[in-house]
Design a binder for this molecule. Structure first.
Ligand code: GLU
Length: 303
């Protein structure tokens, strides 16, 4: 990544260390890196390790080593969400002061039935918990978004993303188990770092609407978004276990072919055979980076 230049672009890759990097997460890392590199911007790594029950230090270490082996390096210090609780607590206080937070006692089973049916990874409160008595010790904390204004933003690949207060009515900001919810942490961190461009997998495309709502509730700026295609199996199914980890100890030629493969999945020009290191491939790819090649694609099939 460029050193010493500051074009105002700040991108990021924000993996959750709940497993090893896989083809899909490597694609997100490469895409966000190249987008920043082409803009002569900076690129930040943020480890999203708030869920202590699912995250492990060895995965964090493995992810960082793997990224470095692929030449995906940053001069900025790595951020760890687990070290940033004070920031999230302050955001919760801001939301509480606005009178929008409420305890929600809907059960996981009730909510996952809705999530499955609607397939957008989120479910609003189902039982009007705002008006009923809910045990605060055994409930999630939500923020009511119904009083906000609609927001529309244009994703650079997938087009319009809309936050509609009557559809995206509320969102969990602290989970029932006390863990700060992903949506809150992500909007707070992106704004705090001054992220200008969120480049990530299209699995988060629909969930972005709630992030637009939360940004408004907290008075935070909305960055630009670019959602990259997710990688599926050739039959369109979710990525299989076998592709769910990226090896780093297999030597350079394996690294190079994995990287070339990721660029091919993103429909980018093939790097010349003469490129001898991942860094050389990334330099070539950054110069040629063309988001138009995958515009509108929600998924690409691995071969
Ligand atoms: N930590 C999230 C994940 O690994 C990504 C968050 C984001 O890019 O906004 O899926």
């Amino acid at each position: 990544m460029t050193e010493g230049t500051n074009t105002g672009y700040l991108g990021r890759f924000a993996p959750s260390p709940t497993g090893l990097l896989h083809q899909g997460s490597l694609l997100a890392a490469v895409g966000s890196f190249l987008d920043a590199a082409q803009a002569h911007g900076q690129w930040l790594l943020r480890i999203e390790d708030l869920d202590a029950a699912r995250c492990r230090d060895e995965f964090t270490q493995n992810i960082l080593t793997t990224l470095a082996a692929y030449g995906l390096a940053s001069i900025l210090p790595v951020q760890y969400q687990s070290a940033r609780s004070a920031l999230y607590e302050r955001a919760l206080e801001t939301l509480a002061a606005s009178g929008r937070t409420f305890h929600c006692g809907c059960t996981r089973r009730e909510l996952s039935a809705v999530r499955l049916a609607e397939d957008d990874g989120e479910a609003c409160c189902l039982n009007d918990c705002r008006t009923r008595r809910v045990d605060p010790a055994n409930s999630a904390l939500r923020v009511d978004l119904t009083g906000l204004s609609p927001v529309e933003t244009q994703d650079r690949s997938l087009g319009s993303i809309r936050f509609e207060p009557h559809i995206h009515r509320d969102v969990v900001v602290r989970r029932r188990d006390g863990v700060i919810a992903y949506h809150l942490a992500v909007v707070v961190d992106d704004a705090d770092a001054g992220i200008t461009d969120v480049v990530r997998g299209a699995d988060l495309w629909q969930a972005t609407a709630w992030q637009l709502g939360l940004q408004q509730a907290l008075g935070l700026a909305t960055p630009r978004y670019l959602h990259l295609p997710v990688v599926t199996e050739p039959d369109g199914q979710k990525l299989a276990k076998a592709r769910r980890s990226i090896a780093i100890e297999t030597g350079d030629s394996e690294l190079m072919s994995t990287l070339r493969n990721v660029l091919a999945l993103l429909r980018q020009d093939a790097a010349p055979e003469a490129a001898r290191t991942p860094k050389e491939i990334l330099e070539f790819a950054a110069a040629k980076w063309n988001t138009g090649r995958f515009r509108g694609l929600h998924s690409v099939m691995a071969d």
